[in-house]
Design a protein around this ligand. Structure first.
Ligand SMILES: Nc1ncnc2c1ncn2[C@@H]1O[C@H](COP(=O)(O)OP(=O)(O)OP(=O)(O)O)[C@@H](O)[C@H]1O
Length: 251
């Protein structure tokens, strides 16, 4: 894999036909070459939008995104075969009744032989400790089990790049550890967004997003420090409720 390049990218949406466009991301230029990249930032800052640009789920309103030279809009199919995307909500990704069927479905394009597909699915499920749950309805699984299953289904096809949108939100401590170890062992380039700062600290490069802009891009511990400072500035700033003028005076 070469690199993912975002060239002067902005994303905006029209909420209705009369309103002016709402900017979700503004003027982002990045070259993503590191093996482990994390994206952190407050709720609504633009992390998911940034990740969705990387496999063409969201097209740029301005600028271009290329994956190893392939444009995410003009060559969307090629890009999607290279960039696996794991959603925060596993139910927006898992479409088959059971985990085994879902993993086998992921493999349908790359593995034509049915028997081989079943063997590959079995070994992926085993790797994530999901074999005992493989034939259970996905609606009977816990949120964390579904999150692991969604990751397994994407990894089954061995994409060159793995993009994960908040992969550990539903996981307990043990499964977070399993996720961290699994990600550490993968040879893929991994780009993930997270509110789990411990996970972010393991990345080689961390991007901090705020208000649709990249406000910090660098090493993990500096990035986390920057993000913490940003959060405490917001908490300490006098908002309408805690502004001195609006505070109720004690009698
Ligand atoms: N299709 C859309 N139409 C209108 N607004 C949108 C759309 N998609 C995202 N947004 C808005 O853009 C902003 C950024 O959303 P995004 O999902 O990228 O944030 P995020 O940093 O991933 O947030 P979180 O940590 O809460 O998941 C939010 O204010 C969101 O409401």
């Amino acid at each position: 894999m070469g690199s993912i390049i975002l060239n002067a990218v902005s994303v905006s949406v029209y909420e209705d036909e009369h309103s002016s466009p709402k900017a979700l991301l503004q003027d982002v230029s990045l070259e993503l070459t590191e093996q482990r990249i994390a994206v952190i930032g407050a709720n609504g800052s633009g992390k998911s939008t940034l990740l969705r640009l990387l496999n063409g789920l969201v097209p740029p309103s301005q600028g271009t995104v290329t994956v190893d030279g392939a444009d995410t809009v003009a060559e969307a199919r090629k890009v999607r075969s290279q960039v696996g995307f794991v959603f925060t909500d596993p139910l927006s990704q898992l479409v088959m009744p059971t985990g085994r069927e879902d993993v086998e479905l992921s493999l349908r394009r790359s593995v034509k032989n049915r028997k081989e597909r079943a063997t590959r699915a079995e070994s992926v499920l085993e790797r994530f400790g999901l074999l005992p749950l493989a034939d259970q309805s996905i609606y009977e699984l816990s949120g964390g089990e579904r999150q692991l299953l969604a990751l397994a289904a994407v990894l089954a096809v061995n994409p060159a790049v793995l993009v994960l949108d908040e992969p550990s939100t539903l996981l307990d401590l043990r499964n977070r550890e399993l996720l961290r170890r699994t990600l550490a062992d993968l040879e893929q380039q991994i780009i993930l967004s997270t509110h789990d700062l411990e996970l972010a600290l393991e990345a080689e490069r961390v991007l901090v997003v705020d208000g649709g802009r990249i406000v910090f891009d660098g090493g993990a511990s500096d990035a986390v420090e920057h993000y913490r400072a940003l959060c405490s500035a917001v908490v300490e700033a006098p908002g309408p409720r805690n502004h001195p003028q609006n505070q109720v005076q004690a009698p």
